[in-house]
Structures are given as structure tokens and as C-alpha cells.
Design a protein around this ligand. Structure first.
Ligand SMILES: *Cc1c(COP(=O)(O)O)cnc(C)c1O
Length: 338
């Protein structure tokens, strides 16, 4: 089976398993796990923030960030198709008592400074005030769009001018960096906090990082405990995470494979495939006789897995555990389906 459902399906390699086995550990709630401490220091350094916090999942990282930046009852500005709005069970409302004011970004999920200015509400007798702006890069629902540093800067600046902090959901920020040929550090230079996943294209079995100022991370550490994310001898899972950080240099391979896949699928008459910006390929199957769900069932019987991203849109995601030959095989399989 060629599994293109997500870049989360990667399995830890031998080196990661050995690192887990050999990890020096302690109780991380007491901040005594040397491996977690090293991972947090290294992660902060890579994105050039003062501090970082190891969290079990990207979702928890985002929700901790949101809670830490805001006061109960405030509004949060977020792109309407963004992960925090669409795929986190309404966590901002459920966990932090926040109201989301969505912004309809462009076809790549870019939010403009004007939209931030329009969406902003100042606190008064009738209105709760805007407590946070969240951005996403790459933008998952918009096909892994890699949003340029200047665009992030300009949008963040509009929030900053109104004293609204900015959190970046950078689950795949290193994919964006590879695509744009800039450092992740540059991409997040003008946001207050960033979350990125170790468990996606970087290949770690579990874990994400939340980075920001020293003071922000101190407060976030308490929220992590509140949300049940204070882990003990977490060095066992942090050790593969340290190796995963160094995998950020190989993400361009995933992008090349996505481009290869898109080019191959585009040759098939009934499919419409947008040129991928990173490792995500969105396929429009409305020209076939199938809905996305039916199309995926057919693909599965030919040995290829993907996920439905709409009634007629399918997402294929490339990653560490699929190589060029398997991409060619996947194209052949879809050809057989149609
Ligand atoms: C995967 C993802 C997350 C959440 O990560 P989990 O570890 O699955 O909770 C958050 N944001 C984006 C954009 C993602 O793609």
C-alpha cells in the first residue's frame, strides 16, 4: 500500500529507535529531563525564539498558544479554512472561552493587513476586543501553500499596530521554508509564537514544539499542565524529535515527489491538479464519475491511499516513507482507476 493520506504516517527509522532506547531521561514536569531540555533549546535556536516547549501534539500546541495569549471571552482572528478553526473541535471555544472571527483568505489562504484591520474590534462596553491573530504556514486546506515571509510580516504588523499578538500555526513551516528557499527563522521573525510539528515530514513518532519569548513559554508551561500535557520521562520520545529537527533539510525531496505526482496525475484527462507548492497535492475529481470518497475507494483497491478534502477534492501528501519509484507506481494505479 502506498500511503499518501498524510505525512504523519511516517515511522521512526532505526536511528530514531536507537536514540529513544539510549535517551537520558528525568521528570520533565520538574524540568529534569535532559533530552527534553536539549530538544527545547535546539528548537528555540532553530526558529530564533527565546524559548520553546515540547508538547504532545500540534493541536495541543496551538490550543496552549491561543489560551496563553488571550483572556476568556475575547475574539480571535483566524483564516476560515485554517486548522485551528476547522480541525481542532472548536477548541478555542471549548477550552478557552473564545469567540472566533473568521477571515476569508485568498485561494492560498493569505490574510491581508486590510482584512486584519477590518476584523479587529476594540474592547468597549459591548464588544470583547480582539485578543489574538492566528496565521497558518504552510496552509494545509489550501493545498500546502507556502506563504511568503513578507506577507506574513505585513499581516502580523497590522495586528501588532493594534497590540494584538500573533500566533503562527507552522505545523509544516519547514516545508514552507524549503519551498521559498528561506530559513524558518525568517518566516517566523515577526510573529510572537510559532508551533511546528516534529511528527509530520520531519519523521518523529510524536511531538510538536511551541516557541516564543521566555515569558510566554513560562506561562505556556502552566497551560500545558492544565491541558494535561505535562509529561514525565519524555526524553524517550524527545530523542527521536532531536533527530527529526535535522530532517528539515530533506523536505525538498517531498516537494519534488509531490511535483512528480501532480505532473503525472495531470496527464490523466479527467483530473485537475493544482501545481503543488510543497508536499501536498490536491486533486479535483469532479470531471470523473466519482465523488472524492468513491474515487479514494477505487484508489485503495489499486494500492494507493489519500484523504477526501471536499466533495470532489482529494489530498495526497508525500513524505519520508515514499520514494520516487512509489510515486510512479501511485500514478500508474490512478491511471488504472480511470
Ligand atoms: C497537523 C496539523 C496540526 C495539528 O497537529 P497534530 O499533531 O495532528 O495535532 C495543526 N495545524 C496544521 C496546519 C496541521 O497540518
Amino acid at each position: 500500500m502506498i500511503d499518501l493520506r498524510s505525512d504523519t504516517v511516517t515511522k521512526p527509522d532505526e536511528r530514531m529507535r536507537e536514540a529513544a532506547h539510549d535517551a537520558e531521561v528525568g521528570d520533565d514536569v520538574y524540568r529534569e529531563d535532559p533530552t527534553v531540555n536539549e530538544l527545547e533549546a535546539r528548537a528555540a535556536e532553530i526558529v530564533s525564539k527565546e524559548a520553546a516547549l515540547y508538547v504532545p501534539t500540534g493541536t495541543m500546541g496551538n490550543q496552549i498558544a491561543v489560551r496563553t495569549h488571550t483572556d476568556h471571552g475575547q475574539e480571535v482572528l483566524a483564516e476560515c479554512e485554517s486548522h485551528v478553526v476547522k480541525w481542532e473541535l472548536g477548541g478555542m471555544a471549548q477550552l478557552s472561552g473564545l469567540q472566533v472571527r473568521t477571515i476569508d483568505g485568498d485561494e492560498r489562504g493569505v490574510v491581508t493587513p486590510e482584512q486584519v484591520r477590518e476584523g479587529y474590534v476594540s474592547e468597549d462596553l459591548h464588544r470583547p476586543g480582539t485578543g489574538l491573530l492566528t496565521l497558518e504556514n504552510t496552509h494545509n486546506s489550501k493545498g500546502g501553500a507556502a506563504i511568503e515571509a513578507e506577507k506574513i510580516d505585513d499581516t502580523a504588523e497590522a495586528a501588532r499596530e493594534r497590540n494584538v499578538p500573533v500566533h503562527l500555526d507552522g505545523a509544516r513551516v519547514f516545508n514552507a521554508a524549503a519551498a521559498l528557499n528561506v530559513s524558518a527563522e525568517r518566516l517566523v521573525a515577526n510573529v510572537d509564537s510559532v508551533m511546528f510539528c516534529l511528527s509530520k515530514g520531519l519523521g518523529a513518532p510524536v511531538g510538536s514544539m511551541l516557541a516564543g519569548s521566555e515569558a510566554f513559554i513560562e506561562r505556556a508551561r502552566r497551560v500545558r499542565k492544565l491541558f494535561g500535557g505535562g509529561m514525565r520521562q519524555a526524553g524517550v520520545i524527545a530523542a527521536p524529535g532531536l533527530l527529526a529537527l535535522e530532517n528539515r533539510h530533506r523536505l525538498s525531496e517531498d516537494q519534488e515527489n509531490a511535483e512528480r505526482l501532480a505532473a503525472g496525475l495531470n496527464e490523466i484527462e479527467k483530473l485537475e491538479v493544482r501545481e503543488p507548492e510543497t508536499n501536498i497535492t490536491l486533486v479535483d475529481c469532479s470531471g470523473t464519475d466519482y465523488t472524492a470518497k468513491e474515487f479514494l475507494e477505487e484508489c485503495e483497491s489499486e494500492g494507493v491511499l489519500g484523504v477526501a478534502f471536499g466533495e470532489y477534492v482529494v489530498r495526497f501528501c508525500t513524505h519520508w516513507d515514499v520514494d520516487e519509484a512509489e510515486i510512479e507506481e501511485a500514478i500508474g494505479a490512478v491511471e488504472r482507476v480511470l
